[in-house]
Design a protein. Structure first.
Length: 410
């Protein structure tokens, strides 16, 4: 590519045009975020250099969000930050604190809602040398597509004993008295509304199916609680199957609801509580998972625990239609670790590898992932991993980053 412009652009045919020197915004994050960023940026830059030499390089641009933004700008999420991400399309962020008091409930949710990042993509895989609580963590190799904008995370709630809650209950009692009788303690209940739409379901399931097809994955599992929530999660299941039949030509397998695509890909479903058993008993039976917001939160963290914890679990929030994407460390701010050079940057680094793949820089992503895997396998790890493994060498955050760089191809 000879294009040396700095802006990533979504082309009309739905593909990203990525220059050799793209501007990519980054948010350092709160708590341990600065430690992680200081260790990770040299690794990312070195991985790109290892793959492309001087031909390609990321032009980093810091944006403010979280405590640093509030302290300097008086806003937890300045509009300038949102506007820049809208313009640049692709960004990466560290962990952000949850503001105390009114206003924004969650900065992460605000970013997802504001940019309509409807897919939370969470790959979960095992790295040799990590101690796991399960016998065969190597059997876990799943990619979760979690719907990001609907379900109870839409934030439509009425607090207990408020005027809004009372009005909602009175409306329900007037319009649907048979349903109102199911509320056992109506005047001390809080209420939440759970929107699940056909459009929201279809774009999430479509993205999961396309990912499975493009990456030669054997199956897509629709995870839901449709046996109880029939008109929300049950509809999610039904709409997912309908989409597979209508857009991809999938056909029934036997008399059940499962479908097979012409290429052999299978789409199936599993009730959420049963799925939490499945990932322990038969993890190899599931490859790509499409699910709703709350289910995805539970399942992705449970799966992360099987392969060593959320500290090594990457994540991305993506709108595959507009091209907007924010890659992120999936763990919290861990303020007790801030400034101590002990935090594990693996989640952030693996998210950076996802970002590199997203912009089409697969050789750099592969080099980063392989170097990280070699470093962990060698026993050179941060304290959280070292304490679980005999004979490991404990490294600080920055030293761990340098060790990864030493394992990159020359």
């Amino acid at each position: 590519m000879n294009d040396r412009s700095e802006k990533i652009v979504m082309l009309p045919q739905g593909e990203l045009r990525v220059p050799n020197f793209p501007v990519i915004p980054h948010i350092v994050g709160d708590g341990c975020g600065p430690d992680i960023w200081e260790a990770s940026r040299p690794v990312i830059d070195a991985a790109v250099q290892s793959a492309y030499g001087a031909e390609r390089r990321i032009i980093w641009r810091e944006l403010l969000a979280g405590q640093k933004a509030y302290d300097t700008r008086g806003a937890w999420l300045p509009e300038e930050t949102m506007a820049t991400i809208r313009e640049c399309l692709v960004g990466i962020k560290g962990p952000l604190t949850t503001p105390v008091g009114g206003g924004i409930r969650s900065l992460n949710v605000a970013l997802r809602q504001g940019l309509d990042l409807y897919c939370c993509v969470r790959p979960v895989r095992y790295f040799d040398g990590i101690v796991s609580p399960v016998k065969h963590p190597e059997k876990v190799d799943m990619v979760i597509f979690r719907e990001n904008t609907e379900d109870i995370y839409a934030g439509i709630e009425f607090s207990a004993e408020s005027a809004e809650a009372r009005d909602f209950y009175m409306w329900l009692q007037k319009k649907h008295p048979e349903r109102a009788t199911k509320i056992r303690f109506p005047y001390s209940s809080g209420f939440g509304i759970k929107p699940v739409s056909r459009e929201g379901t279809e774009r999430l399931v479509r993205a999961a199916i396309l990912y499975a097809l493009q990456n030669n994955r054997p199956s897509v599992t629709l995870v839901h609680k449709g046996n109880i929530m029939k008109f929300t999660e049950g509809s999610f299941r039904d709409w997912g199957y309908e989409l597979a039949r209508r857009e991809f030509g999938a056909s029934p397998i036997g008399n059940g609801p499962w479908l097979r695509f012409p290429c052999g890909l299978v789409i199936k479903d599993c009730i959420c509580d049963a799925f939490l058993q499945e990932i322990l008993l038969h993890p190899a039976d599931h490859s790509v998972v499409a699910t709703l917001n709350l289910n995805g939160d539970y399942c992705s963290d449970a799966l992360a625990a099987q392969v060593g914890g959320i500290g090594i679990s990457p994540g991305a929030n993506i709108n595959y239609v507009t091209g907007h994407a924010i890659f992120e460390a999936t763990h919290g701010t861990a303020p007790a670790l801030a400034g101590k050079d002990v935090a594990n940057p693996s989640s952030f680094l693996l998210s950076a590898a996802m970002m590199l793949r997203y912009i089409g820089w697969d050789p750099a992503a592969g080099a980063l992932e392989e170097a990280l895997a070699k470093t962990i396998a060698s026993g050179q790890v941060t304290a959280d991993l070292a304490e679980q493994r005999s004979g490991a060498t404990t490294l600080g955050t920055r030293a761990f980053g340098k060790a990864i760089i030493s394992h990159l191809p020359a």
